[in-house]
Design a protein around this ligand. Structure first.
Ligand code: ZN
Ligand code: MN
Length: 474
């Protein structure tokens, strides 16, 4: 589905949801799970006479993101009013930025099948989140809407790409990478509802540009774009025009539905917000530069050098800051290559299978516990199969590593014990020994089977066979 005539640009609304308070008032943004309309005040309800005060922490977080995305932070920026009527916007305008945004340019590197691709950014600006409308059933059929202003005024960054994305898959890769970067910066928690919402612009060369509004999942973006490409191509094939319009993505039916013909920028009557002074950023930029953390690419290089990891492992480990941190805690105490392979190849898969992330690993299989487990494995006191069994048990019901190993009898059988059991099998089964010397291969399997039976499968069959052959003389 990658075609040179497909043109996609994204406008990504990112909640700076690790902050404490809203963009222009002191209401808490930690409202998830609370009753609707309980985190509100005259400012975020848009009551007459209420005055906005800019949240400096939100500006710092915005600048941090802009710097990490290689954008050009502007020394002088101003806030503007974007005027439109909608019930989720009680003031009748949104405080946003227009021709003096926080930053211009920047890029995000994604990995495609054809190698790395730089997705160029157009601009990054700050704005306030509107309230949240809810519908019973679908937006197109509900007979009324409910409104919750808890979200009204949450600090948002709008990150706008150039129209350089060529396929729905590239769009998803871009959003994934953006999420990784935002989580590294510790300004964003992607697991919260509504944390990232995307408006996608898509056109096929020669046709009108269609904007799909407010898609709230990465899969949704990919599906909506895929649907749109098919819809627009069909129109073109039938010789009909693709109208310039705004559409809504219906997540239940996986289709896009026309909402309205697209408004033009002049319809918003942007003008500078008279209740806020212009913002000069030079000092804040200098301050924020000191706090920029190590980013994924740097971490990937360091992991290769410091721990001697292959690039394949380093690349996967840095995909998620929590996984990277978890790895480092384990790698302090056991062989880092061993830690990397168990975390990437096994733990990550087991978490995935349970629909969980590394937060869950921190809860159920703390790094110290994995260290203990891998130490047993390094000393060959537990088999590979045993390690997997303990990891699964820990994730499903917690408990201490030693207790699980003991309860499930997972401690490997010591070498001397294997040797003793092999000797016993030879003594007890003269007929099998005779068959073995006569060249019957399955006789060896039978003898090894006796040891496996005696240890209830805890002996390593390959090792046991070697010991047995030694005792038998060849
Ligand atoms: Zn408020
Ligand atoms: Mn916006």
């Amino acid at each position: 589905m990658e075609d040179e005539d497909v043109i996609i640009g994204l406008e990504v609304h990112v909640q700076l949801n690790k902050l404490k308070t809203k963009m222009f008032c002191s209401c808490s943004i930690n409202y998830h799970g609370d009753e609707p309309n309980t985190h509100v005040c005259p400012v975020c309800l848009g009551l007459p006479g209420a005055m906005p005060v800019l949240n400096k922490e939100a500006v710092k977080a915005g600048i941090k993101v802009a710097l990490a995305l290689h954008a050009d932070v502007q020394s002088f920026t101003i806030f503007d009013r974007k005027n439109y009527f909608y019930p989720d916007l009680p003031k009748g305008f949104q405080i946003s930025q227009y021709d003096n945004p926080l930053a211009w340019g920047g890029y995000v590197v994604i990995e495609t099948e054809k190698g790395e691709k730089k997705i160029a950014l157009k601009r990054i600006h700050m704005e306030e989140d509107p309230g949240k409308l809810s519908y019973t059933g679908s937006i197109t059929t509900a007979s009324y809407s409910l409104i919750d202003y808890n979200r009204s005024g949450v600090p948002l960054l709008e990150i706008v790409t150039e129209p350089v994305i060529r396929s729905p898959k590239e769009a998803r890769q871009f959003l994934n990478k953006l999420r990784i970067i935002l989580e590294y910066l510790d300004v964003f928690d992607g697991s919260l509802e509504g944390a990232m919402r995307v408006d996608a612009n898509i056109s096929i060369k020669g046709g009108g540009r269609v904007e799909i509004k407010n898609i709230s999942s990465f899969k949704g973006v990919e599906k909506a774009l895929t649907y749109e490409i098919t819809r627009q191509r069909n129109l073109i094939r039938m010789g009909r025009a693709v109208k310039r319009e705004t559409r809504h993505f219906d997540e239940t039916n996986n289709i896009t539905v026309s909402l309205r013909s697209k408004e033009e920028e002049q319809d918003y009557r942007y003008f500078p917000e008279p209740d806020l002074v212009p913002l000069y950023t030079d000092e804040i930029v200098e301050e924020v530069k000191q706090t920029l953390p190590e980013m994924p690419e740097e971490k990937r290089c360091r992991f290769r050098e410091q721990y001697g990891l292959s690039d394949a492992f380093a690349k996967v480990l840095v995909l998620d800051i929590k996984m990277a941190n978890y790895f480092e805690e384990v790698a302090k105490h056991v062989n880092p290559k061993l830690a990397a392979s168990w975390i990437v190849d096994v733990l990550r898969g087991e978490l995935n299978y349970r629909g969980k992330g590394f937060n869950f690993a921190y809860e159920r299989l703390e790094p110290e516990e994995l260290v203990k487990l891998l130490r047993y494995f390094e000393k060959e006191e537990i088999t590979e199969k045993g390690v997997v069994e303990v990891i699964r048990t820990k994730l499903d019901r917690g408990g201490k590593v030693e207790d699980i190993i003991r309860q499930k009898s997972l401690f490997a059988i010591p070498k001397e014990e294997i040797e003793r059991l092999c000797k016993k099998a030879i003594e007890d089964n003269p007929k099998a020994v005779e068959d073995y010397y006569a060249g019957k291969k399955q006789a060896l399997n039978f003898l090894v089977g006796q040891v496996m039976k005696a240890t209830r499968g805890r002996a390593n069959p390959g090792e046991t066979a070697k010991v047995m052959q030694n005792l038998l003389g060849f």
